[in-house]
Ligand binder design. Structure first.
Ligand SMILES: [Zn+2]
Length: 267
């Protein structure tokens, strides 16, 4: 807001220019006639008052513009937050994805020709783009003294069939219980060839355990995995509702992988 003082100073700044217009009416030839002089003086005073009133009006108007400038950004922020609320609110009320099974989404199995090995004996594989980035990530971690080891990569439907049903029976787990730690066959990110379970080679006891989050490997991954386009699939309190898996990372570094994990599932 403009204070009264700068308003007066600004008015003074403005008046001399206006007075220059009034000066010609005070030229010497008019001074001899007192009545003319009186008219001129009155006229000039009226002019000065008019200019002063005009100036004050102009500054009042200018002040109102300043007020508007101050108000508009707030109004814009308010509008933005209303828009944000409008965008967020429907998302909270949307129905869960209809194609999920026990909170896991369906995935198609990568074919053998799309896969590349990530260990010397070829027993673990990822889709080619993911494999290249994974190996680069392992090298980068090693340079910093961190030992990332792959525990599981691509899994076939048959692999997941065994992991889900056989282990469930062996452990006497009910389906909902088993699904908290393993996806049903056809619903595992590992089918895509983009998901990899990672351990700390220096602390094998933490493999596939929540304690993995305390290792140097996990801390390194948290800070660096995104540089290789890997991200944690199931962080704590993930919207999918799957239990926390600090060891399970997925590649989203190309269009196909991004679509695989992020394409709208409501359709
Ligand atoms: Zn996994």
């Amino acid at each position: 807001m403009l204070s009264l003082i700068p308003l007066e100073i600004s008015t003074v700044d403005d008046i001399p220019e206006a007075l220059r217009d009034a000066i010609p009416s005070r030229e010497p030839q008019n001074r001899r006639d007192p009545s003319t002089l009186g008219i001129v003086i009155i006229g000039s005073l009226v002019g000065v008052v008019a200019i002063a009133v005009g100036s004050i009006s102009w500054f009042t108007w200018q002040a109102s513009q300043v007020q508007l400038l101050e108000v508009v950004p707030e109004a814009t922020e308010e509008t933005k937050s209303s828009v944000t609320k409008a965008i967020i609110s429907p998302a909270k009320t949307t129905t869960p994805a209809t194609d999920a099974l026990l909170k896991h989404f369906p995935y198609s199995e990568a074919t053998g020709s799309e896969l590349a090995p990530i260990v010397a004996d070829g027993s673990l594989k990822l889709r080619k783009a993911a494999a290249a980035e994974f190996l680069a990530m392992v090298d980068a971690a090693r340079m910093e003294g961190v030992n990332l080891v792959p525990i599981s990569g691509f899994r076939s439907l048959a692999d997941q069939e065994y992991l889900f049903f056989q282990i469930k029976a062996q452990r006497g787990q009910v389906s909902t219980e088993r699904s908290e730690v393993s996806a049903p066959p056809g619903y595992s990110e590992h089918h895509t060839g983009y998901a990899v379970d990672i351990g700390d080679g220096n602390v094998p006891a933490t493999h596939l355990s929540h304690n993995f989050e305390r290792t140097a490997a996990f801390k390194w991954l948290q800070a660096n995995a995104a540089y290789f386009s890997f991200e944690l699939s199931f962080p704590r309190n993930n919207p999918q509702g799957v239990s926390y898996e600090p060891w399970h990372w997925r590649f989203t570094g190309d269009r196909h992988s991004l679509e695989t994990f992020y394409k709208d599932r409501q359709k």
